[in-house]
Write a protein that binds this ligand. Structure first.
Ligand SMILES: [Zn+2]
Length: 63
C-alpha cells in the first residue's frame, strides 16, 4: 500500500506512451532523463527538470 510517483511523457505534450513510475523523485527524474535522451534526443537541463517535476503526480500503488 502506498503512493507512487508517476510521470507520463504525453503530459508534456509529446505524442508518446512512455510512463515512468517510482517511489523516489530522484529515480523518476533519472528514468525520464534517460528516456528523453534516448527516444527524443533531448538533454535534461534545469528548465526541463522543473517541467518534469511539475508533471509528477501520485497514484495509489497497485500490488
Ligand atoms: Zn517519450
Amino acid at each position: 500500500m502506498g503512493r507512487i510517483k508517476v510521470v507520463r511523457c504525453s503530459d508534456s505534450g509529446i505524442d508518446c506512451n512512455f510512463v515512468a513510475r517510482s517511489e523516489s523523485e530522484e529515480d523518476l527524474l533519472n528514468q525520464v532523463a534517460k528516456h528523453a535522451q534516448e527516444v527524443h534526443g533531448m538533454e535534461m537541463n534545469e528548465e526541463l527538470v522543473q517541467k518534469v517535476k511539475s508533471l509528477i503526480h501520485e497514484e495509489e500503488q497497485v500490488s
